[in-house]
Write a protein that binds this ligand. Sequence first.
Ligand SMILES: Cc1cc2nc3c(=O)[nH]c(=O)nc-3n(C[C@H](O)[C@H](O)[C@H](O)COP(=O)(O)OP(=O)(O)OC[C@H]3O[C@@H](n4cnc5c(N)ncnc54)[C@H](O)[C@@H]3O)c2cc1C
Length: 411
Amino acid sequence: MKKVSIIGGGIIGLCSAYYLAKEGYEVVVFDKSDMSDGCSYGNAGMIVPSHIIPLAQPGMIAQGIKWMFDSQSPFYVKPRLNLDLMKWGLQFYKHANLKHVEKAMPALCNLSLLSKDLYQDFAQQNNSFFYEEKGLLMLYKTEKTGEEIQHEGILAEKLGLEVDFLSKEEVSQLEKGTATNVIGGVHYKSDAHVYPQKFMQFIKEELKRLNVKIHSQTTVNDFVLKNNAIAEIITDKGNFEADEVVLATGSWSPHIAKKLNVSISILPGKGYSFTLNDQSHKPSIPTILCEGKVAVTPMNNDIRFGGTMEITHTNDTKINQNRLQGIVNSINDFYPDLKIEMPKEQDTWFGFRPCTPSGMPIITRDKKLKNLTLVTGHAMMGLSLAPATGKIVEEIISGKKTSVDTQMFQL
Ligand SMILES: Cc1cc2nc3c(=O)[nH]c(=O)nc-3n(C[C@H](O)[C@H](O)[C@H](O)COP(=O)(O)OP(=O)(O)OC[C@H]3O[C@@H](n4cnc5c(N)ncnc54)[C@H](O)[C@@H]3O)c2cc1C
């Protein structure tokens, strides 16, 4: 059986490893970190068939520019004179239109629904990662946001998702965990959630069972190319031969792809989260606080709050206290009884979402190198889309018909 080398042991790399190993491939994973933290661990854990509209959408540019001047806003592009940023911005501008959104919606929805089915299969095996189906509640405080959120709900209904449009009173009947200060909400019954760290633990145990070899703390630096294919992977721990290579390096993908003469436009969208453990008084339904774009996820006995999207670079590891304060303020505005305090810096997590300018993930065979598959750019939906992405990677490498159409996920 062929040997597949996966570069990147985040959720996308590990789910790819799982489906490949299950089909009998000999799988090796390389990751530069110790694989105990990173974007796939501290995220909000939401599985979101409801998220059918990509970041690149009409109105986003004007809204983004307004937010640039607010130090607590949920979206920010770190201005710098940089060619990659300019190219990304131009591509984002080109994609922020209705035509793109209309094509993106069914593609994202199908991928998401497949992923949810696969999460259900995992949970049936052993739900050590607290998979729950409570849907996703979108709460809003202003008429203007309410109109936008309801419009998105109607589009989702047209794609077959089950959506409830709730008044203020109906929100408090559904959310019994704590009081809410909102004018209404939209409840996507399709959505689910997990505890990301526990899921990563689960999938690593599955990989051990399937004899996948994991080389953590091993950085891939370069490649030996022969006859339009990757012959060897050069790491800081030596060279490794490979039949097939999967590149799943999240926000670091452009840098490593350059070594293969492949151009990928991805910028990291830095986001923060903090988790309060053993909370008896907490929201009971996973929620987005729409005006602040804050994600709230109950995870077993804990509660996690996450937010902000700072388009930046991977060396920017600073925690921006103003933006964190913006998250805390939103939580206290929406949930008046919670009285959340600013988390300490050491209790604040950050991660880099790998953001493509089209808002679409890349799941494709490379056009030039015949043994290379690219899987990256899942932005704010990497956890949600990971099992489906992994399954498709196996199908691509095996030469099978893919479970969903991948035309929108090309480079
Ligand atoms: C605040 C926040 C909240 C979020 N909430 C959600 C949510 O609710 N639902 C959802 O679906 N998504 C969510 N996301 C997004 C999700 O976390 C990401 O899309 C996902 O984790 C990306 O996974 P990945 O495997 O592509 O990348 P990563 O997890 O970043 O993995 C890439 C791996 O590649 C390794 N690597 C890089 N370069 C090299 C190299 N040269 N050699 C070896 N290894 C290398 C890195 O060490 C890393 O481990 C959220 C993100 C943030 C920041």
